[in-house]
Structure formats: structure tokens, C-alpha cells
Unconditional design. Sequence first.
Length: 456
Amino acid sequence: MSASTLLVLAVILTALLLLARVKAPAVYWTLVGFPAALYRVLSAWRSTMEACELIVDPPWWKVFAHKMASPGDATVAKPRIPHIRSLRPTATGLRLRLRLAAGLTPDDVVKSAERLRHAWAVHSVHVREVKPGVVDIRLTGFDVLARVRMPRRLAAGPLAVSVALREDGLPYVRDYQDIPHALTLGANKSGKSMYQRCLIKGLAPLDVALVGIDCKRGVEQSAFAPRLTALAITSAEAEGLLDALVIEMEERFDLLCLHQGIAPGTPLEDITSDIWGLPKKLRPVPIVCLIDEIAELFLTVSRADAVRRDHMVTQLVRLAQLARAVGIHLEVCGQRFGSELGKGATALRAQLSGRVVHRCNDKQTAEMGLGDINELAVAAATAIASERAGTAIAGDSSGGWSRIRTPKTKIGEVAAVCREFAHLTPDIPALAAYRPQHIAGVPAPAPAPVAVPGTP
């Protein structure tokens, strides 16, 4: 093969790799990025650990033994560094499991994450403690949030849904058994509706009742009516629906108390304080209540509206405080959620332990959602760019947080999934009055002609 032919092939190969870097970053990472990153990590492991200050002075007995073994040697015993226990490539990067040297903590590695990112020339570095003395370092080779591709593996659990993709390449899982209630905040066009669509799309195939409260006359949730057990599209309907949910909650507590009529021979495993301990034939279906814009339930224009508002807020707080045990969960969305909404707002927000904050117009909104979780999360939420719609900061009451982004999902796509699984929609007698009436396949009536002045 001639030199000119080799040159042409090299140019074509280089062009294809550059194209893959832009259009197919996962392919480029597999072919080029991973081997290069692996070489950078392993070839200078000790020097990188020393430069990033992840070292511990050797014990005195090693120093003494070194001096005794080599009296004329001016060198000193080498400091201790973390050791690689395992190394595993992933679709988006590389995972290292490290055994820390005695004296180091996971926080030391977290503080050095930015230094490690630059030393290894990767997109991001994430640190997670596995057990005392052992941490996982997850390297991400490219920006996985630029073009979200959800992993095929489904979330495990009867009420677990993979809603978005995290910055480290793992799915963000919304598990209602771990975090029963959640709050989603964000400005207009920030991705709140997209997040809710992905949530409904993931919940539709599960054995769960979906309840919607959409006071914007149902423009966000009416398309999902085939899969909704109940839907309220006005404040008046929302008040009645919340009352019905409280009645359903009380009936479920009565069922639990009845099952807890403990006799002397009752097996210990049959004693329970929530519905998940009930036998499957007695267990009521879980309910997820999705509130599209919480501020609409707080707004008042008259004294009668104030009475209605106080009643609804009281019912919401009761559900947030008590309903987890009987399988009723709240998913609340809004642009702002602070004390300016009125009485009971902060009491309700305190019960919503899951937090997802999209792009905000002001720092105060980010602090409403994440200020009691982590100050770094607040800063990250205020730094979300307007062109990155769907990007959010997800946190929980443990203080942990991560950057996530939902895949672009059209409302028609979610509506099709809801129609496909409409047969799973359970009938709950307490909510029967609010069952949405949908007629599939019937076209909307044509608008009446408008009379023009001066024409017969």
C-alpha cells in the first residue's frame, strides 16, 4: 500500500473520529477516550495522588525501618496513597473503586475531585462512599446531559420510576417508597412539565392510581385522562378531590387498624403499620397525586376564596404528614413555593422531602427548594443556562444532590402510553365522582361561524 493511500485513509479515519466526537460521543469515548483516559490514570497514579494531596505520611516504624536498612540513604519512606481495588469501564466513562489509606476520608477525595478531573482530562468526576475506607470514583468522559439517552435497564421496585439521567451517567430514580412526597420548582420553559410527563410515562405501566390536579383548565393533564383515576381542573374541583383523598386515607387507616387486631397466635410478620405489610389480596392500590401548579390552590380574590384556600391547605398538610403509610403520595409542582403564598405553605413544603429545582429566575426560589439541603445545590441551580431546558438539581433530605436532565418527551407520546395502559386504571369508590370522562376517537366539534357585521 502506497504512502498516499495510507495518508488518505488516515485523513478519512481522523474525520470520522472527529464526526463521532460530535454526533456519537459514546462511540468516540469507546474507541479513543477510554484508552487515553485509562493510560492517564494508570501511568501516573502515584504522582497524581501526591499532586492532589491524597497522601498520608508513612508510619514511624516504616521510617525507622527504612533508616535502619539504608543508613546512608538520604531518601525517606514513600507516603501512603489510595490503592485501586477494581477498575470497570462504563458506557459513559470509567469506574474506579479505591481503598483509602488510613487517615484519609471520602471528603478528602470529594475536595480533590476537580483536581482529578483536570489531571485525567475527563468531563466530570463523582465520588461516592461504598463503606468505611472504600469509595467509588466515577469518571464521565463526555457531557451526557447534552443529549439525554436513558439506559434500557428499568428501575427496580413497585413504585420506582427512572425519570431522568444524572450527570454521572446513572438514571435518576424516583422511588416513592424511599421518598414519599416531592416538590418540583422552576421558571416558565425550564422543564417542569417535561419532568411531569416523564413521571407519568413511567408510572403508567405500574400498578398505581394516578390523580391529577391541574387548575389551568386541564391543559397539561387532560391528555392523560385514560390513565387517570381522578382529575380536577378548577380550584372548586380540587377542593372536593382533596377531601375525597382524605376520606380514602382515613378508610385505609381503618383497614390497617382492622388488620392489626393482634391475636395471641398472630405471626409477627403479619403485624404492620403501612399497606406494604398487608397481604397482597388486602393491599389497596397506591395513589400518586400530581399537582401541576400549587400556587393556584393558594390564590384568593375574596373572603370565600380564603376559606376555601385554608381548607385545601389543611387537607394537603394532612396528606403530606400522614398518607405515606397508606400509599398516598404527593408530587407538587410550582414556579415558587414560599411563605408569600400564605398560611400553611412552609408547613407543607417541609413535608415534601424530595426536591427537584429547574432553572429559576431568582436565587430565593432555589433557596426555597434546596436551601435546607445543601448550599452548593443552590448555587448549581442558579447556574443552569436557559438553553438547557430540562436540566435540574435533584436533592433529598439527606443532603445529597445531583444534576439531572429529563429526555425530551412530547405530550402526544405520553398520551399514547396512557391509552395503551388505560386498562390498568383502578376504580377507587371514594374518587369515582372525579373520574375524567374521555371519549377516544371522537373529533372535536367544529367551531361555530362568526358573524361579520354588515353581512346577512
